[in-house]
Design a protein around this ligand. Structure first.
Ligand code: BGC
Length: 807
């Protein structure tokens, strides 16, 4: 072990205690031995260090920091260098605020557009997500700070996120949900990683040996430390045995006692505990050393400018009829929409940054060569109709040459702890748009939303510029693009389906019971739409430019594809060339196309460049569930180069020899998987995919400590049902107000055990068991256990504290 000398000096109590947090954000120090603490903070697109009272949901104010565009936005840039630059800035800001570990980036796969946290994640495609995450990680870690990619793994829904079991086959797990993390670990060299709340095939991510030991540490060679999501620890001893290191936030000393008990009872060895402490010590000592001499400030202006550059590269031009954009000099514009005045530039929850400065369209518009004839909020963000506002807007737009209409999703639609129930933009915004078009057809729509939306109204708009959630400097970036100062170069990181019903997991998302069945398998996002020929609104990888690009002269050799890219238009601009691979009529079912490489290049008008996209270990592989390893199927592969998944410009083939003849599936038994039409996979075919029939996962009987608070709906105790009703009413009230109440959402979705894990030692697991007895109708038995547990817990806490102080 690396820190054997320190380990020898530490008592068993100290070792057990150091493996869980002391406060919401800090680990425990061991003063006697000079072992310091480390500070962990969100988040993915800006530092959220709470200087005062800590809470993990972003409720209390944090120190000002640059709010960069969210991951979903930056993923549209397809620019790894940009990701690294943002990472460096994040690392620098973290260091200036004495944050050692930055809790991000988030790279869960966008299984369904409804997931409330999609705005925090990069893509529906693991290759793009992994490459972008790795670039952030390299940047962050270049500053001596550890990045912490999250949430490992298969954390695709917010509803009951802590009481949810992902039922998924090994191939889908590997190819879709783990490949991004694999790239983040191997190419980004992530030094820490956060386990997710959910179970995977019946085992909590944080206790999952297959995930943490076999795959993460053994296969990928990860040698950093693993931290739980806040409150994600179920059984700390099982977590440690599986390869996790640190339980967060502050469970008090109950979790440490669990470890000592597990050692006493032979369920955990001292060797396992030591290994785990050693890995954490390594991080603690390295991180503290790295922090020495770091400046306590950062260049706010330079980072604001970087946030703008990032927003510029990430906005996606979806439509541009009659070349209405870029706007000509001195165009008479009417600016309409609440979002132009109060921008939505980030989502709600633990990722929420307190920005150093926020631009709004209203405030920066006069810096451009436009004649702004008026700015009008137009509609109420809360969704209520307002005829007076509508009339004022129509009176304004009638006199404009072009109307700039700012609209999008409201706060409640994109939040941690809450999934959307539909993909629509609030109706009052659309009604106003339709009324505007009646008096002035020259409308350019600018969307603020961190994930995909239905666009039945797209006909009404001449142009659509999608800004996503573009950070504190987003407004200037949007105007730079609208006026042609900058040529748009963002390409969609996700598909825009025509309607929610078309999405691959439509029938199974979100799960209504504990089990969430991943029946769509590997057919996530474009892998489904493209293979099954389902018409979409805007395909994966899509985005327009003010110029055009030609692809020519494809050359394929053993190592790469090469081709020439020419800017054939009149404006300078950047293109994202994408490489997709397919194997028509393969023995193993697979998507028609899979992204295997990309390159973003800037070209002056008329300029050409020869591009090479090299193959890597992922280009031809698939996970074979029979041989239980990555294999290559022999055959003639199609290599497709294009501007998006639906716009392939060059096609060639290459032969690959197979690595095995042991194929796992039968076409006869799995017709839907072989056709890609996976929306209606029935039990039998899903069982073939899994290799077993999954248990129903339907809840029955008494509630237990791992059931979610919102399941008190089933409680036998009338008091518990009353509490459930009260919570539900409070949740609804906040939804109606349009502002997520994160506290309520967290409590609603959390399991009973989290009461012990999140209360800094005030409540023990034994007391929680008592509470659950009360909920199940055993009032007196439960109360007795709570009271007795309270006294025992206080006594044991005091005794443990004494030992830690060496008394
Ligand atoms: C979120 C994490 C976050 C943590 C700390 C959790 O609720 O899922 O993404 O890092 O809180 O704020």
């Amino acid at each position: 072990m690396k820190h054997q000398e320190l380990l020898t000096q530490m008592t068993l109590e100290e070792k057990a205690a150091i493996l869980s947090g002391k406060t919401v954000w800090q680990t425990r120090e061991v003063e006697r031995l000079g072992i310091p603490a480390i500070f962990l903070s969100d988040g993915p697109h800006g530092i959220r260090k709470q200087a005062g009272t800590g809470d993990h949901l972003g409720l209390n104010a944090s120190l000002p920091a640059t709010c960069f565009p969210t991951a979903a936005t930056i993923a549209n840039s397809w620019n790894e260098e940009l990701g690294e630059e943002i990472g460096r800035a994040l690392g620098e800001e973290a260091a200036s605020q004495r944050v050692n570990v930055l809790l991000g980036p988030g790279l869960n796969i966008k299984r369904s557009p409804l997931c409330g946290r999609n705005f925090e994640y990069f893509s529906e495609d693991p290759y793009l997500a992994g490459k972008m995450a790795a670039s952030y990680i390299r940047g962050i870690q270049s500053q001596g700070i550890y990045a912490c990619p999250k949430h490992f793994a298969v954390n695709s829904q917010e509803l009951r996120r802590m009481a949810m079991n992902a039922v998924i086959d090994e191939r889908t797990l590997r190819e879709i949900y783990l490949t991004g993390f694999e790239i983040a670990v191997k190419e980004g060299n992530a030094r820490s990683i956060m386990t997710s709340y959910n179970e995977i095939n019946g085992v909590y991510a944080n206790e999952n040996k297959h995930l943490l030991h076999d795959i993460l540490r053994k296969e990928w060679g990860f040698d950093g430390f693993v931290v739980t999501d806040w409150g994600a620890s179920n059984d700390h001893a099982k977590g440690i045995a599986a390869g996790s290191n640190l339980e967060m936030p502050a469970p008090g000393l109950d979790s440490a006692r669990e470890l000592l008990k597990a050692i006493d009872e032979g369920n955990l060895t001292v060797g396992e505990l030591d290994r785990c402490v050693d890995e954490l010590l390594d991080a603690v000592l390295t991180l503290n050393k790295n922090m020495e001499g770091k400046p306590k400030y950062f260049n706010e202006k330079a980072h604001h400018d970087l946030a703008r550059k990032a927003a510029l590269e990430s906005a996606v031009l979806l439509k541009n009829e009659d070349k209405i954009l870029p706007l000509r000099s001195k165009t008479k514009v009417a600016i309409v929409g609440d979002f132009a005045v109060r921008p939505r530039y980030q989502g709600a929850g633990s990722s929420m940054v307190n920005p150093t400065f926020v631009e709004s369209i209203e405030k920066v518009a006069d810096q451009y060569d436009l004649q702004v004839i008026g700015v009008n909020e137009g509609y109420r963000r809360s969704g209520e109709k307002d005829e007076a506002m509508k009339k004022a807007t129509l009176d304004l737009v009638i006199n404009a040459e072009v109307v700039l209409y700012f609209f999008g999703l409201d706060e409640i639609s994109e939040s941690e702890g809450l999934d959307r129930t539909h993909m629509r933009i609030p109706q009052n915004q659309i009604e106003l748009l339709e009324a505007i078009v009646q008096v002035n057809p020259n409308v350019v729509g600018i969307i603020s939303a961190g994930s995909s939306v239905e666009m039945p109204w797209h006909y009404s708009l001449k142009a659509i510029l999608h800004g996503y959630l573009n950070g504190q400097a987003g407004a200037g970036a949007i105007l730079d693009i609208l006026t042609g100062k900058v040529n748009p170069s963002g390409r969609l990181n996700e598909t825009y389906p025509v309607k929610h019903e078309d999405t691959p997991a439509f029938r199974h998302y979100p799960s209504t019971e504990r089990n969430s069945e991943y029946r769509e398998s590997i057919f996530v996002g474009y892998r489904y739409y493209d293979t099954s020929k389902v018409r979409v609104q805007y395909p994966f990888g899509y985005g327009l430019s003010y110029t055009t690009f030609d692809y020519s002269d494809l050359e394929i050799n053993e190592k790469e594809v090469k081709f020439t890219l020419t800017n054939s238009g009149t404006a300078d601009g950047a293109e994202v060339a994408q490489l997709y691979v397919g194997l028509p009529n393969g023995k193993v079912f697979r998507p028609a196309k899979e992204l295997k490489g990309f390159k973003k290049v800037f070209l002056r008008a008329c300029e050409s460049i020869r591009i090479s996209i090299p193959f890597d270990d992922k280009t031809f592989r698939y996970w074979n569930v029979k041989t239980n390893q990555w294999e290559i199927e022999g055959g003639e592969y199609e290599l497709m180069v294009g501007a998006c998944v639906a716009d392939i410009r060059l096609v060639g083939t290459i032969h690959r020899d197979g690595t095995t003849d042991d194929f796992p599936y039968s076409k006869k038994q799995m017709p839907l998987y072989y056709s890609g039409l996976i929306q209606k996979v029935e039990d039998g075919e899903f069982a073939c995919l899994l290799g077993y029939s999954p248990a129903s996962g339907k809840w029955s009987g008494d509630l237990d400590i791992n059931d979610a608070i919102c399941q008190m709906y089933y409680a036998k105790s009338p008091v518990a049902r009353m509490i459930y009703n009260r919570l539900t009413a409070m949740k609804k009230k906040s939804e109606d107000r349009g502002k997520p109440d994160l506290n309520i959402l967290f409590i609603y979705n959390m399991p009973f055990r989290a009461i012990a894990k999140m209360t800094g030692g005030a409540v023990s697991m034994d007391m929680v068991r008592g509470m659950v007895k009360v909920v199940n109708g055993h009032f007196f038995k439960g109360i007795k256990q709570i009271v007795a547990g309270y006294f025992t817990n206080s006594r044991l806490n005091r005794a443990y504290e004494k030992k830690l102080k060496g008394k």
